[in-house]
Design a protein around this ligand. Structure first.
Ligand SMILES: NC(=O)c1ccc[n+]([C@@H]2O[C@H](COP(=O)([O-])OP(=O)(O)OC[C@H]3O[C@@H](n4cnc5c(N)ncnc54)[C@H](OP(=O)(O)O)[C@@H]3O)[C@@H](O)[C@H]2O)c1
Length: 211
């Protein structure tokens, strides 16, 4: 049984991952650092903190695997720099701390189109974090690249709601890679990747995350 660190446990994918991890016989304990407290659970350790001040040397970095579902939007974050802190700097800081404390596996929810050479800031940031994670030295690294996520979001974002409607209507005729990806499927794939810890670097494209 493994000890899993889950980053982003309050988000759409993160909440689904947390539920599955707490119910999984493969997971001994979930360490889920968040900025708002989670509901208590006997298998959950929930450090509540500011991600700008991650403590470098605490016992809870000692995990077997990390699942990262952190993320924001440029609009919510307020600037490109603030977006990059959440989608690039925080995942990398978490990866480095956990790796330094013995973690062997890391799984990241990245995004379709992630590419460090992209002219699109969002895709470039996702590509850069993927590349930087690859250089850390995990035995197992899995990069999930979903397209638009579907699921019950408490706070829906304007543009995303429209995209979900349009893509939802077109779903039967769209090529698989452009279809809406259920957040629950991404959560299961994220947890499986972290727990299976298959050696090497793996990229999971959107079409492999569909139901
Ligand atoms: N939405 C899509 O259609 C889509 C498509 C492809 C890829 N993705 C990627 O998939 C990943 C997960 O997406 P999602 O929709 O599940 O995300 P989400 O619902 O917005 O959740 C994001 C998580 O990141 C945390 N977070 C955001 N800003 C933070 C900050 N400043 N400090 C600490 N934690 C912070 C949130 O915590 P709080 O609850 O405290 O805010 C939450 O736990 C993201 O990396 C996203 O880029 C999304």
């Amino acid at each position: 049984m493994s000890r899993l660190l889950l980053a982003g446990a309050t988000g759409l994918v993160g909440q689904a991952t947390l539920r599955r991890a707490l119910a999984s016989a493969r997971v001994r304990q979930v360490v889920a650092p968040t900025r708002k407290p989670l509901a208590p659970h006997p298998k959950l350790l929930n450090p509540v903190l500011d991600f700008e001040a991650l403590p470098p040397d605490v016992e809870w970095w000692r995990v077997d695997a990390v699942a990262c579902a952190l993320g924001t939007t440029i609009r919510d974050a307020g600037s490109q720099d603030a977006f990059r802190r959440v989608d690039h700097d925080y995942p990398l800081a978490i990866a480095r701390h956990a790796h330094a404390h013995g973690a062997q596996a890391f799984a990241l929810v990245s995004a379709m189109g992630a590419d460090a050479g992209s002219r699109i800031f969002y895709s470039r940031t996702k590509g850069e974090v993927e590349n930087a994670l690859g250089a850390i030295g995990f035995t197992s690294l899995t990069l999930l690249r979903p397209g638009l996520l579907g699921g019950e979001r408490v706070q829906h974002r304007g543009g995303e709601r429209w995209a979900l409607r349009v893509l939802g209507a077109l779903d039967p005729v769209l090529p698989k890679r452009y279809r809406i990806v259920p957040a629950e499927r991404v959560a299961q794939a994220l947890l499986d990747a972290a727990m299976d810890a298959v050696p090497g670097q793996h990229v999971i494209p959107s079409e492999h995350l569909l139901g």
